[in-house]
Unconditional design. Structure first.
Length: 455
């Protein structure tokens, strides 16, 4: 098994956030871009003429929220801003900072503000701040005491206070392409800040595998390259990487997946929408992404059970049976065995006929319920379980459907103030044709026999 060795000491030139006296740094820190020419990816943000780059070059920044996956350049762009701005640049992490530190920054920034000097406050992982901490930022951001730059991997719409978000511009960072990751890896191999002074190269095939394994994350790519370097064999001044070592390191990589973050819900959405669009192959792909990333199979199974009624319903009632059976299998045998049962349910649901009539029926009824929430249950359909209830006319006039040949009566179960509606409206396709015809016969019966019903 591979292990981690200590890297050869090098003087820091990377401008890591934002200064350090350490003689040893990880490769990713040493290779952090120091200017726009070294920055790879995010062309819509840092290309010449791009809005954000113009603000940085003119030193006219307003508050920004950098949102995107890890390893896409959020902290790197902040370090470039630190190098280029004339403002006082302060960097903190929301993981280790609290209200006390924010209050100190506020006092010092107010003094600078009164003297005409700007303060830029960079907060890494700003989504880790709770509501109170975020609220503490509002006054100094609003009055211009500080210019806020927050970095987050979580969707700011969910993680940041709306008031703070409204005072900032969200800048979205995208995953890097494989070609962009390759460019970063090749630069690390030839740069003096990387391995350019050593006899260390990798064949194109291995570089491509590293770039693919990084999943669009530059930091992961450089960490993998460093792991290969640190564990390689040294022989006659050359650094040799065996296929076995390379395979071991790549096998230890993690899929890009966060059980609690936005990416998890993106994957769940992809699974649901693939099934809804009857694309069974895509649905199985997204299912595998979830399960191989460590998703709770019971959570996935619950979503499939929901899908069986929300998107299939009475068009194929057996879909619900299949989904529930898959849920039970997940509950009793777990992963990895239950992956095939979930695949069974996902493919069945994807290829089943679709109807959202049940879902729409409930939404329509829910709307009416909130408008007539306190309407009493009609007396005729209340249970008269005591003598007093009978004396109060509970159940008076009730008609037991099984006592009638048609198994239907003219009983009116609706509250008097609630307008009668047809919530369930099957489209008449597949198995729903049966229910549509049945509803039509019931309606015709009522029109003929129910003298006090309304159309």
């Amino acid at each position: 098994m591979f292990h981690v060795k200590h890297a050869k000491g090098k003087m820091n030139e990377s401008g890591n956030l934002f200064t350090t006296n350490e003689l040893e740094e990880p490769l990713a820190a040493r290779m952090r871009p120091r200017n726009f020419d070294e920055f790879v990816g995010q062309g819509n943000i840092v290309a010449k003429g791009a809005f954000v780059r113009n603000l940085i070059e003119k030193d006219e920044l307003s508050s920004l929220i950098f949102f995107g996956p890890a390893g896409t350049g959020k902290t790197t762009l902040a370090s470039i801003i630190a190098r280029m701005t004339q403002a006082k640049f302060i960097s903190i992490s929301a993981v280790s900072s609290g209200l006390k530190e924010l209050k100190t920054i506020e006092k010092e920034s107010q003094k600078r503000h009164q003297q005409g000097q700007k303060t830029i406050l960079f907060i890494d992982e700003i989504h880790r701040f709770n509501k109170t901490q975020q609220d503490a930022l509002l006054p100094i951001v609003e009055d211009g005491t500080v210019i806020l730059i927050g970095a987050t991997t979580e969707n700011p719409s969910f993680e940041l206070n709306s008031a703070l978000l409204s005072r900032s511009r969200v800048v979205v960072f995208q995953l890097l392409s494989q070609q962009e990751i390759l460019k970063i890896l090749k630069r690390a191999l030839i740069s003096s800040r990387g391995y350019g002074d050593e006899d260390f190269t990798l064949p194109a095939k291995q570089l491509n595998i590293l770039a693919d394994a990084a999943n669009g994350d530059a930091r992961t790519a450089l960490n993998l390259l460093e792991m290969v370097y640190l564990n390689a064999e040294r022989k006659n001044g050359k650094i040799l990487v065996s296929d076995q070592l390379f395979s071991q390191i790549i096998a230890g990589r993690q899929l890009r997946y966060d059980k609690n973050g936005e990416e998890f819900y993106n994957l769940i959405s992809a699974l649901h929408k693939s099934m809804r669009n009857s694309d069974d192959d895509a649905a199985v792909y997204w299912l595998a992404r979830l399960l191989e990333g460590g998703a709770d199979p019971l959570y996935v199974a619950r979503r499939v059970v929901r899908f069986a009624s929300e998107d299939i319903g009475l068009a194929d009632s057996n879909a619900l049976n299949v989904a529930i059976n898959a849920f039970q299998a997940c509950k009793y045998i777990g992963m990895p065995e239950c992956s095939v049962h979930l695949t069974h349910a996902v493919i069945y649901c994807a290829l089943s006929p679709k109807s959202n009539a049940l879902y729409k029926a409930y939404l329509a009824a829910k709307k009416d319920v909130h408008e007539h929430f306190n309407d009493p249950v009609p007396l005729q359909i209340r249970n008269a379980s005591t003598k007093l209830m009978k004396e109060m006319n509970y159940g008076k006039g009730y008609k037991y459907a099984h006592d009638y040949a048609a198994k239907i009566t003219d009983l009116d179960p609706w509250p008097p103030s609630v307008p009668k509606k047809e919530y369930y409206q099957p489209d008449g396709l597949n198995q729903e044709k049966i229910f549509k015809e049945r509803k039509a016969r019931i309606k015709a019966w009522h029109q003929k026999h129910d003298h006090h019903s309304k159309a």
